[in-house]
Design a protein around this ligand. Sequence first.
Ligand SMILES: Nc1c(O)cccc1[N+](=O)[O-]
Length: 229
Amino acid sequence: MRFDVVTIFPEFFDTLDISLLGRARRGGTVSWSIHDLRGHTHDRHRTVDDTPYGGGAGMVMRPEPWGEALDGILEGADDPLVIFPSPAGDVFTQSMARELSAESHLVFGCGRYEGIDQRVVDHTAARARTRLVSIGDYVLNGGEVAVVAMLEAIVRLVPGVVGNPESLVEESHEDGLLEYPSYTKPQEWRGMTVPDVLLSGNHRAIAEWRHQASVERTRRVRPDLLPPE
Ligand SMILES: Nc1c(O)cccc1[N+](=O)[O-]
């Protein structure tokens, strides 16, 4: 998989080289480029925003730098999917992460201020598959945090990135349920012990306990995830 990110804070993505994504990049499974939007401005102050038509507080990101930045990425690209993180987007879920992990080229456009001039999204949608995606109903200062979160969820599902694919199966949201509680050594810690069934070696009983624990945790914390009864 290849991905490109357009942002006014390219340094925000320096952390991508840490941990899983960095290993995937060094292994050749994933590649990426971070594009500084200000590199596509041509005035002395490298201006990326301006006042909104119709008035109102805040500033809107100008279309020209975005058009030039996306031209450089999209021209000659092979059917990329462009994603603009936005509170107005489709909610990002594990199933969307799995769907996006099958893409060969993702392009992320990080808005700031009051957002990007709408014509940028409209123009992009006329030349490439384009989606607005939200990571949640709260206010962020820009799309960068959302892109890092989405990349963490997406890239780990790209074949060859995670050493043991089995570890991807029993995870929260993967089967529609929250993950069961986990324990490791020591067997007793500050007077608290590990559920006996996990020490039994009875794999069927352990699997049943874990499934029941997932269902009970999901029913308690996220009943909305459970199928209608
Ligand atoms: N929620 C939000 C925002 O306030 C700004 C940019 C992106 C998002 N989001 O992806 O959820």
